[in-house]
Each structure stands twice: as C-alpha cells, then as structure tokens.
Design a protein around this ligand. Structure first.
Ligand SMILES: [Zn+2]
Length: 433
C-alpha cells in the first residue's frame, strides 16, 4: 500500500462524513456512540504500523464497554471506527479514558464519546483537560497553532511511539509464552506446577523470576531491530548487536536465579523470532516470513561446525520443530484446552527431537526410552488417559534423572509464535501498515 497525502478539502469532507455517521448512529440507537480515530499532524493520516495499532485498539474498545454495534473504515484520510454501547456516556467515557491512558500510544488516538444530537450535530462528553503535545509540556492545540515543532520532529516522535508500543507487545508475548510454558502441566521431567521435574536446583519460582528478568531484553532486541532497519545495518551487524543484548539478558537471568540456567535457550530462540517479527512487520511480508528472517540472522554468524540438533540447529534451519509445534497447538486448541494442547504438542516434540539435555544426561538409552514412552502416550485414545500417562511418565523421568529441556524451549517458542500471530498478525498485510 502507498502512503497518500491528504489535501485540506479531502480532510474536511472526511471529517464531515465521520460526523454524519456519528449522528446517524445516535438517532438510530438512541444510545452512547463512540468514534475512534488516530490523530496525525501533517498531510499523511496513515503511517507505517498505524493501521495495525488501530486494529488492536478496536479490539480493546470491543472488550471494554458493552458494545452492541461496531464498524470500521480504512481510508487514506485516516482510519476511524464507530461503536455503539449500552453503557452510560460517563461510564463509557471513563473506559475510553483508561484505554487512551493505559499505554503511551493511546496519545495518538482520539476516542470521542457522544450522547445526543443537537441541531443535527452530535454532542460529545467533554475531555477533562486538553491533550499534551507529543514533544513538550504545552497543550497539543497550542503547539499545533504556533507550529512550535517542525512536522518532521512530530512525525519522528509519532513513529517512535508506535515502535515502542510494538516492541512492548512483543516482549509481553515473550514473557507470557515463557510463563505459559512453565505452567503447562504435567510435563515429563520438567519443572511444572506439580513438581520440579528432574531438577534439584530450580523450581517454578525460578522460572517466574527469570522470565521477568529477561522480559525487558526482548523489548531491547525489538527496538534494536528497528534501529538496524533505519541504519541499513547488514544482517551480520544487526545480529552482533543483538548478541550483546542477549548476553546482558543472560546475566540478568543468572542474577535472578542465583546462577541457574533456566532459559538461555529461550533468550536466543525467542529473541531471534522477536526480531524476525519486527522485520516481517516493517517489510509487510506477513507472519510466515518471521522464521526466515530469524534464520538469516542466525546464519549470518554461522561457524563451520553446525550442530545437528539443539537451538542453533533449529534457528539455522528456519525453526522446523518450532513451526511444527506452533501449528499443532493451534490445531489442538480446537479440540482441547490450551494446557492440554501444549501437553500433547510437547509429547509429540519429544517423539521427534534429538533433545540435547536428554543426550547429555541419559545418552542414546535415555533418548530411546523417552521416545518409546512418548509414542505409547500418543497412541492413547482419550485426553484423560493421555494426562494420566503423562503424569506417570513424569515420575519415570524424574527417577531416571531425565529432563527434555530442549523440547521445553521448543514449546515456549511455539507458544510465542502463536501469541504474536494472534496479537500482531491477525490482520491482512495491508491492514498491518
Ligand atoms: Zn509542544
């Protein structure tokens, strides 16, 4: 899609159309009407990523305020959406204020709440105080009137606000995926809600602490990727700068766990996929290209001795097991609860992956034992049988001191893929702009 400049007459016509629709809905529903739009200074009213963020905010409004009617319009003059709510104007206004104020990017939105028509004009609930300028402490109206800041400066800050929001969503998805992975129960040999698996030096609280400690570094990596794009960095240079952030994340993890390695694999794998997601969003190439961008990053620093399994193998081969597991979880969710879907996907992964942790602790015998049990479990007919057998399998793995940490990493990364698909790639590429 092209970014098309908007002329003043076009803009006036656009506003009039929006206002007319608001009036129509007020007279039709005789209820509270919300009109949401994004407010950009300058001749471009749709910017990169603005449409994606607009769509995400439509969801926020839909979930917030007893909505009985919703429609959205994508236009180069500015996207806008109308909602009709059963709630009182004051209630709806307070909810909309929460949405606007809950994140920095809310500042780019105008969410107006209307309650009646007077002389053909929709009347809205007043704002408490005027909006602040993006660049200074004065009111936005004042700075716009006086042209205090150049359009370029405002546009740059607008872009940065949107980028920070996207990076924060990615780190949120990463954190949630790490938590979902450790909370998936039962997991054979691994730390879960039931027990510490075949581990004596960590428990579920170690994972909570470590997930929280590394969360900010996913944000850093995402922001670094935006910077890499701006500065036309080579893939290798970008990857090297990401490694620096990765090492800091490892340090933070060890500090949080008092020296125990809980999630080094996930710093690497989910970090790469986070950056792949930013590249896919920037280049509008869609969800399916994330793994390829992440693979290119991994390959850019490839050494001669390529492993035949493990996290680097996975990355250098475009994450075959992770992509497979994410698709499985997505499909299994149609039939089972999220936890059950994750348990099954994990057992399936254990059947096929050469888990480095298992090989280290149990050698080929360990791997064969794990595969044999995984196969038996997957042959069972009902989910209650599967869960019961998996619980017994967990006890056997603990007894044999076996923990499939590599499979757990694959599970976490595949949950991450599912989360970012739902959060950031649920729209057609032209709506991701
Ligand atoms: Zn200002």
């Amino acid at each position: 899609m092209e970014y098309i400049p908007v002329s003043l007459p076009e803009m006036m016509e656009h506003r009039e159309k929006r206002s007319k629709r608001t009036a129509e809905l007020l007279s039709e529903y005789k209820s509270t009407v919300i009109c949401m739009s994004m407010n950009f200074i300058g001749e471009y009213k749709v910017l990169k990523h603005s449409r994606l963020i607009f769509n995400i905010f439509c969801h926020k409004v839909l979930e917030a305020a007893n909505i009985v009617f919703f429609e959205k319009k994508h236009s180069h003059c500015g996207d806008y959406a109308h909602f009709v709510s059963n709630g009182s104007p004051e209630y709806v206004k307070s909810k909309m204020r929460q949405i606007e104020e809950s994140t920095e990017v809310g500042r780019l939105f105008d969410i107006d709440v209307f309650y009646e028509i007077e002389n053909g004009m929709p009347i809205q609930v007043r704002r408490d105080e005027p909006r602040k300028c993006l660049l200074c402490d004065k009111s936005a109206v004042e700075c716009a009137r006086n042209r205090t800041h150049g359009i370029e400066a405002v546009r740059e800050e607008t872009t940065n606000i949107m980028r920070r929001y996207i990076a924060s969503l990615i780190s949120e998805c990463a954190y949630n995926a790490l938590i979902s992975e450790v909370e998936t129960t039962p997991k054979p040999g691994l730390v879960d809600k039931n027990n510490n698996g075949a581990h004596t030096d960590m428990n579920i609280r170690s994972f909570y602490a470590s997930s929280l400690a590394i969360k900010p570094y996913y944000y850093e990596m995402a922001m670094q990727t935006f910077k890499g794009i701006d500065e036309s960095m080579s893939t290798k240079a970008l990857m090297q700068s990401l490694q620096v952030i990765g090492h800091t994340a490892e340090k933070a993890m060890f500090e949080a766990t008092k020296g125990v390695n809980t999630q080094i694999g996930e710093i690497y794998t989910i970090g790469l996929l986070s950056c792949g997601a930013i590249l896919a969003l920037e280049k509008l190439t869609g969800f399916d290209t994330i793994s390829q961008y992440a693979q290119q990053l991994a390959l850019s620093i490839k050494t001669d001795n390529s492993p035949s399994f493990g996290a680097r193998y996975e990355a250098e081969n475009a994450f075959p097991n992770i992509m497979n597991a994410y698709k499985r979880i997505e499909a299994l969710c149609n039939e089972f609860s999220f936890n059950e879907a994750c348990v099954i996907a994990l057992i399936e992964t254990m059947l096929t992956v050469d888990d480095t942790n298992i090989l280290r602790r149990g050698g080929d015998d360990g791997l064969n034992f794990m595969r044999q049990r995984a196969k038996q479990i997957l042959d069972l007919k009902s989910i209650s049988e599967i869960l019961k057998a998996t619980y017994e399998f967990d006890m056997q793995m603990i007894e044999s001191n076996l923990s499939p940490g590599g499979c757990a990493d694959i599970l976490a990364a595949s949950i991450f893929m599912l989360y970012i698909k739902q959060m950031l790639f649920a729209y057609e590429p032209e709506n991701q702009i």
